[in-house]
Ligand binder design. Structure first.
Ligand SMILES: Nc1ncnc2c1ncn2[C@@H]1O[C@H](COP(=O)(O)OP(=O)(O)OP(=O)(O)O)[C@@H](O)[C@H]1O
Ligand SMILES: [Mg+2]
Length: 221
């Protein structure tokens, strides 16, 4: 399967989710390719830190690919991997459109803040355009990331996401937790923090991935 993160708003958590999803799939013995399709190179930086922390054993293959060519390149590489995860930047770029054309599944994290919710209208227009140009429909999932710890505070945003026609709302909020940046700072994920593990983070993100991955293998702890 080919998964891509997407969305128009910067800092919504695309890279964090792409990195965690890649590691989660690789821990289930899948051969995974992570494509950094963002000029900022966040997934590449993460992987460079990871190489240092894990003595080169990152557990997946990383490539940097940007621009319209991404679509063709992904088509030629897809038979070589069990799964491909593409991380895109937070703007309507050629790379993001190419990724949305070639992917089976789009993963769209949204922060429960009013500006982030407002920009969704423009993104759903892009999704409509992409869908009309595709031979097979793209499955798009959206969910709250960096959500407030108290579920009640997220309700309005959750309702706004649930009301969108273009995406399936996954009611599995990823909360705003230090565990995510703390792990990322050394190229790790919340699954790999040993004694410093945050069980709530592990549980919520595992639940999300089970629901969006179309992969029926539970994570091994
Ligand atoms: N659930 C979370 N809880 C706390 N911090 C988070 C969470 N998700 C992401 N972050 C932090 O928020 C910041 C932005 O996240 P990230 O880089 O994943 O977003 P992005 O959408 O890829 O941003 P960009 O627009 O730069 O590509 C990072 O510092 C990341 O560690
Ligand atoms: Mg990013």
């Amino acid at each position: 399967m080919i998964f891509t993160t997407a969305g128009e708003k910067g800092g919504s958590g695309r890279s964090t989710i792409a990195e965690h999803f890649t590691v989660w799939l690789s821990k289930q013995d899948f051969d995974v390719l992570l494509i950094d399709a963002d000029e900022q190179g966040t997934a590449s930086d993460f992987t460079a830190w990871r190489e240092q922390t894990l003595d080169g054993n990152v557990g997946y293959t990383l490539v940097q690919l940007v621009g319209a060519n991404l679509r063709k390149q992904v088509e030629t590489m897809k038979s070589k991997y069990d799964h491909i995860v593409i991380d895109t930047g937070g703007r309507d770029t050629t790379s993001q459109r190419a990724a949305l054309f070639v992917a089976d599944v789009a993963i769209v994290p949204v922060q429960p803040r009013s500006h982030d919710i407002w920009t969704l209208a423009k993104f759903t227009e892009i999704l409509d355009e992409i869908q009309s140009g595709r031979a097979t429909p793209l499955t798009a999932y959206t969910f709250l990331n960096r959500a407030d710890i108290t579920s009640l505070d997220n309700r309005e945003s959750a309702e706004a996401l649930a009301g969108l026609e273009q995406m399936t709302f996954v009611d599995c909020a990823i909360k705003n937790r230090k565990a995510y940046p703390n792990a990322g700072a050394s190229g790790l994920t919340v699954f790999e923090m040993g004694e410093k593990s945050d069980a709530k983070a592990i549980n919520e993100i595992t639940e999300l991935f089970k629901r969006i991955s179309h992969v029926n293998i539970p994570i091994t702890a």
